[in-house]
Ligand binder design. Sequence first.
Ligand SMILES: Cc1ncc(COP(=O)(O)O)c(C=O)c1O
Length: 939
Amino acid sequence: MKNTISSVPHLDNFFATSAARLDRWRELNAKAQVWAAEARSGNSRGGRAAVEAALSEVRALENFFAYPGHRLMKALAEQIAEDDAMGVARLVLRLSGALLSGSYRYNSGEWETSDDGSATVPDRLPLSPEGGESRRPYFETLFVSPAPAANLLQIAHEIRRLRRVEDAMIYEPVLVGSFEDAILGTVLNGKIEAVVIYDGIPIPSQHEVPLLHDFLTTYQQLDTTTLVPREVGITLARAIKRIRPELDIYLLTDRRVEQLAGDPAAAMIRRVFYEVEELMEVHLNIIEGVADRFATPFFDNLKKYASRPISTFHALPIARGKSIIKSNWIHDMGEFYGQNLFLAETSATTGGIDSMLEPTGNIKIAQEKFARAVGADHVFFVTNGTSTSNKMVYQAVTKPGDIVIADRNCHKSHHYGMVLSGAQPLYVEAYPMTEYSMYGAVPLRTIKQAMLNLKAEGRLDRLKMVTLTNCTFDGHIYNTRRVMEECLAIKPDLLFLWDEAWFGFARWSPFLRPRTGLGAAAALEEWRASPEALKAWQAQAAELGEDLDPNDPRLLKRRLVPDPRKMRIRVYETDSVHKSMSCLRQGSIVAVRDEDYSKHVSAFHEAVFIHASTSPNAQIIASMDVARRQMELEGYELVMRAIEIALTIRREVAAHPIISKYFDVLGADDMVPAGFRASGFKDFLTPGSTWLTAVKAMHEDEFMLDPTRMTLVCGTAGYDGTAFKNLLAADYNIQLNKTSRNSVLLQSNINNTRSDVALLIKVLLEIAMQIEARLAEGGDAERAAFAARVKSLMTDVPDLPNFSRFHDGYREDPGSITLEGDMRTAFFAAYEEDDCEYLPLMSSKVDERLKKGPEMVSANFVIPYPPGFPIMVPGQVIDASTIGFMRKLDVKEIHGYNATRGLKLIKLSAIVKTQPGTKRTPSTAPAKGKTAGKKTKSS
Ligand SMILES: Cc1ncc(COP(=O)(O)O)c(C=O)c1O
């Protein structure tokens, strides 16, 4: 009979089995304690039945975990059968405690069947081969074997007997008997680090998991009913790698191993063994594979360095800490940070420390490991944040005159990157979410239109790169694969810069990974190699022609297919490691998967020299190294937990009768207009939504919402975003980052616990209750004032201004329908104060110039926080909507705007003067017919 894994179909449980599993054990524990109390009082009220019911909820899932494992579960069942309520209560308490604390990973006593350890069953060795306690890293290995179920225990016993005192790590085997159960084990058990597959395994699961087949067909395009058991090993390896690429996979087969090992289809398998060979080889490989992920070359070396007696004669007095620890005045700094920080400080590039600028040793290896971890060909460590990573990419791959299609709403580092490289931005607009004073993401249709316009005007060759923020600050995720596919159909050698400052963690979620730049690059590579790719392109060519006609309206309406023989996969992804992993602030990477990278190698080195500090912080580098180790070993589980925490917050806010009166976390349907949700997906918590619904949406929809980014609307509670953020920080010790006019952004990450959720919910309730009390006490007047405040925050919102255009003087062809401009020249024009003028924002002169001209041209970037995107860039003509927006802004921080002096403008006389090349007469009145109609064509 099949066991039903009832937890699996539910959305949250797919994301976080670990939390759901612990909850079940807690539940079982509570029931066991009640039964014991009944037994003590001699008053039986069905305690045993309740324990049995709770145990059956736990049991099916436990097949996929090493602990408690078969023996302890059997002992528990026996105690129940013997009606030993006390024994059951003791055992369940111990097991659930061990699971919660993780003590089973190092305390062999937790594996005993009796409390005094006297009943150790001889078929297993204790965790530590010496029999003592050990803190050697512990993990679990999935063995997928066709052996009859009755033999599995014996196999597990044999595997444990392979342990050696010399092993650097220790693992417990988890045995499953089929293809589908191996998939379930991979999904459910985040402790699994390696998988050993015996060829010839049966296909169907022993469990009833209604959504598993749908999951495999949607996510993997895999129909298990058509698989042939005999040759299923490689298919399983591939399926597992799609879910968790970091796992080491070993294949044991009695087929011709030499042939298999040379088969490119088996490339994802770490080693292939001939089945009859000694298991010890497999064992040693398993440990070596995990040890390789564990090794952190830079951090390991830094620790060694710190423990050596070194005298420094270089310029870094803080190194070794003597000037601090001995100081009468600053010794508290030493006490606060601890001595190791100073022992590990160095400006040396010798002695095993390596150089960030020209890495040849452990930094180089650490970068290579990071590249492997994220699926890139190269990774560059950057110690000044993604602000610098982005600028490095512009510097390396673009040059003056190149055109870059960029979301105008992207981080300022992109705009500055273009100022530095001289690339000309062709801004495209994200869809506005005016009611929340924020932007969504840029529709693909807009990007395609911009490219087709360039093609129509004969300038497509100048387009170098498309740059998009994925996910956006507020959590909009692009369909990265589709964007690249369609753009490559128009220009096959296009580069993509995916700014994934916020999204580095996504790599470790099988759900989010396909939507990262690098995840999509891998999928595109696979697609390109398949026969379907050429067929799809040929079908399109038959219909639309080989060379797409930019004026053909069908191109915007359909999904375009690139020519697999011509397309190049050229992806740059920047991640703020510090934003989503255990890394010190400013740790960031540039990850490269560009098959034409050789064209940029030397430019990239220049970019490193230009932007990297010659004094990089060793601790930041070390923490990037360690963050990579952590994510490769436990990222899958941690990210699942972060998602689960976000779903819990969403659920609790929505379900609470008082909190939900004043607060709301925006769902995917609020953040992404229906037109971009082709799958019909509404939200993670919509009744009837399963994880399969979400997987489908991830696959099909143009935009998706990162569940860990929660826009909490607080305008309905009468708070603007900034006031609410300050309230949380000042009165409740809760910190958050981004705000809008009527919302704040909450983010969950791998650091959050369920206690954090409890605190947040408690605080929201407290604030909601205070509002309730105030409204009740204040009577009609208070209620009217509250309603007016809510209305002002929620409905009187300023329109978001679109990018107007660059002044004609900064455009090569002012008549062009594409709006790229020479921002760099405008930027430097503003260095001449004599060529600039200032106009107070509120002055009537501004209105006069809007009406009658001459046009006002911004001299610099003006970036209000929030929303944090430039509402003016150098050379941009300032129009009425921008002025209107600025006047309505009630934020304190506006970078690039000096309220005392006013708007800084470039005098029109100066525009001619500063133009390189052809001089043009600047217009003096607002350009006619040059805005709406033409602009919308490209933006
Ligand atoms: C989209 C985006 N890119 C880049 C950055 C800059 O990253 P960092 O803070 O690591 O310099 C940010 C910062 O908030 C950002 O939001």
